[in-house]
Design a protein around this ligand. Sequence first.
Ligand code: MN
Length: 316
Amino acid sequence: MDWAPLSDAIAKNHTFLISSHLSPDGDNVGSQLAFIWYLKSLGKQVDCYCADPLPQKLSFLQDSALITQNKPSGGFDVLVILDCSNITRVGWDCGEVSIGMIVNIDHHRDNANFGALNFVDASAAATGEVIFSFFKHCGVAVPAHVAVDLYTAVMTDTGGFRFSNTCGRVLRVCAELAELGVDCADVYERVFSRHTPQALALQARIWSTLKFHLGGRVCSLDMPHSLLDEVGAKYSDSEGMADNTVTALGVEVGVMTKHSPEETHFSLRSKGSVDVGKLAKGISGGGGHSCAAGCTIKKPYDEAMKEMLGILESVL
Ligand SMILES: [Mn+2]
């Protein structure tokens, strides 16, 4: 990666706005916090806006309150968009603020290169990994709390080092971060093992919808949005459930649906034989990685599920 244009853009400008995608996850939040810290350490003026609030489990990250839901106004020299394959993923209209240039830093292979400067490394497991390589290129002395941000980014985007994007390089990056002062067990526990009773009740109800299709090659779980009020849980309490759909023997593709009466959102997971990223892209508003992707079908659950199973039958 040629980092010189990024270093130049940072050196020549003063006011920065950072943003990332809706439904913030560990990579989104960790990457934003690391980049806020870096720019502030250089004396830059930095604002950060995320259209959705952070999940509670990520609020332990130092300075997480710097990621605000205060809609930006006025002008900024540079808008830095992190972890977004396209600009609509930020969930707000960037045209509402006056922006000198857009810098796009990401690791999604379907990134639309929407920035004036684009730093997209599709081989990286997380945007946090891309940022860490930039920091190393610049010789930045990364403090422990920023190492925690970046470690959280990589840990979450690899599903706790379980996904196929976990490789020697990724583990070496995490080893370097650990040596900078990350308490790995503490981060894992905070992110993956702290559930409210309502969250577990929600997950129990989701498990009760377990179904197998297409001769056992597809497994599905479903969450009607109305379930949240029923058990007093939050939308984010269902996070991670989609990963369970590919844990059964014989299953090639897992489908986790979340539906309202009008539309059905699909989280797709693959064991590898089907590229669900490609599949989701063929459906309006969809996208993602080859083993984890998402899309929405604007139809009620029964109809949408029938359509999805038809698509899956044609590729399995
Ligand atoms: Mn990511």
